[in-house]
Every structure is written in structure tokens, then in C-alpha cells.
Design a protein around this ligand. Structure first.
Ligand SMILES: [Fe+2]
Length: 254
């Protein structure tokens, strides 16, 4: 069965696993943060960068992180229970806000032989691990109540992004989302996005990007970068590095 067929067949299980996004404070010590920060420079086998965005991504084997740094396995098993040894994700170094999206598998990834393992998987959790940010800078991630059970997606009703610059499928019309979690009233926003991009979506939680913490959320959950409502694009001033990791759970095969 394919990943997307698993998403349909095991939809109830995926929904049963949904939880409100949470911020786990001070759960990584300085040595581990340094080790993870270094990892992207010592273990990368490729680099992704586009001159249309200020986002540099060191491409590493994310599965290997859990083998080479066993503390990571322990930390996440404590936080989210059992998960598959297969992951997706990436390191990033960026000075820009991210648009509304969810990080999962893409359709083209699922068709590749190296992603054969996806045939046994359903989406489970995602984590953002802040590694560095410049002093006094403020960066936030907003997590929406809306969950997308399927492939990766970027929400772009406003037509801001070009499909050719994106690995994720760009949705101009939005699919039906599964809604979960409490509604949070906030005027934080992403000033780079046209207003209509997320006008029908609701915030569930907003967390500040702080080194030592882990943001944990549903892998299907739509999220984006936000700033204080008064800030315009010219007021955005940060440089941050972090890791984004997806966790999957195995289901019965055919
Ligand atoms: Fe993301």
C-alpha cells in the first residue's frame, strides 16, 4: 500500500494521535545543542539553496542522527513514545519567514525507490529544534488548528510562490482540513503573505524560537513563521538555524 493509501485507510488512527502543539522548555543542554549545530557542517552530503529565498539547507541523513546521537532517541521517545526509525526533515539556516505549509512526504518522494519504507508509514509528529538565533531577535512559529492528512503542502491562495521554486505541492485552492485544538486569538502575522492566504485558518498555538526548547506538533499540522503585528518586512531581523524532523509510525503492511 502506498503512503497516501495508508493515510486514507488509517485516517482514524492518524486523527486519534492528534494533540495540541506544545513547547517543551529547556530540554536540550548546551553540549547537545552544539553537537547538533555542528552536525549539519560535518555530516551534510548536499546543500539546498535558492537565490529566491534566504534559506540555506544542509542535507543530512536524518535517520542517522538518532543512531549517532543516542540522546536524541531517548529525548524523543520520552516526549512522543515509539516512532519509526525512518524520518524526513532538514537542517536550515535562514533569515526569512516561512510561509504556511506542512512538512510531510511529497508525491515524487513516495515514488522513489529510496522511499520504499513510506509504504508502511503514517504521519505522526514533527519537531522544530532551535539551534541558534541572534541575541534580541524574535522569531515565532504559529501552529494552526488545521491538519492536512496527506502529502506535503504549501498554502498559497495569494499566488506568492512559484511551483517551480518549491518542492512541496503549492495549493491555490485548499483541500478540506481536519480541525483540531483550541482557537487562539492573536494578531501575530506573516507580513510577507497576502492577507487571504490564511484568512480562513485559525491559530492553535504560537511559540517563540528559543534555543534549548523543542516545538512539538502533529506532522499534519499547518504552520508558518509569524512576527508582531506592527512589523513589516523591513523590520524582520534575525538569523536562525534549526532542525525540522518528521516522525512516522509503522502500520500493518499488505
Ligand atoms: Fe515546517
Amino acid at each position: 500500500m502506498s503512503y497516501i493509501e495508508n493515510c486514507k485507510k488509517h485516517r482514524n488512527t492518524i486523527i486519534e494521535n492528534f494533540e495540541e502543539a506544545r513547547l517543551v522548555k529547556d530540554c536540550l543542554d548546551k553540549d547537545l545543542i552544539k553537537e547538533l549545530l555542528m552536525y549539519q557542517f560535518t555530516e551534510a552530503y548536499n546543500i539546498k539553496w535558492q537565490d529566491t529565498s534566504r534559506n540555506l539547507q544542509a542535507i543530512c541523513d536524518i535517520d542517522e542522527i538518532f543512531e549517532k546521537i543516542p540522546a536524541m532517541q531517548d529525548i524523543f521517545e520520552n516526549l512522543i513514545g515509539k516512532f519509526s526509525e525512518h524520518h524526513t526533515g532538514n537542517f536550515y539556516i535562514t533569515s526569512m519567514l516561512h510561509d504556511a505549509h506542512c512538512d510531510l512526504l511529497t508525491q515524487s518522494e513516495c515514488e522513489m525507490s529510496m522511499f520504499e519504507w513510506t509504504k508502511r508509514m503514517i504521519p505522526y509528529k514533527s519537531a522544530i529544534i532551535p539551534l541558534v538565533i541572534n541575541k534580541d531577535a524574535e522569531a515565532y512559529t504559529a501552529f494552526f488548528r488545521q491538519r492536512h492528512i496527506g502529502y506535503s503542502i504549501t498554502l498559497d491562495k495569494g499566488g506568492r510562490s512559484e511551483q517551480e521554486n518549491s518542492l512541496y505541492e503549492i495549493a491555490r485552492e485548499y483541500p478540506d482540513f481536519y480541525e483540531y485544538g483550541p482557537k487562539l486569538e492573536s494578531d501575530f502575522r506573516n507580513p510577507l503573505l497576502p492577507k487571504d492566504t490564511v484568512e480562513d485558518l485559525d491559530y492553535e498555538n504560537i511559540f517563540k524560537f528559543e534555543v534549548g526548547d523543542i516545538m512539538l506538533f502533529d506532522a499534519c499540522q499547518i504552520h508558518m513563521s509569524v512576527v508582531d503585528s506592527w512589523k513589516e518586512e523591513r523590520d524582520i531581523d534575525f538569523l536562525k538555524s534549526g532542525i525540522n524532523i518528521q516522525f512516522y509510525r509503522e502500520v500493518e503492511g499488505e
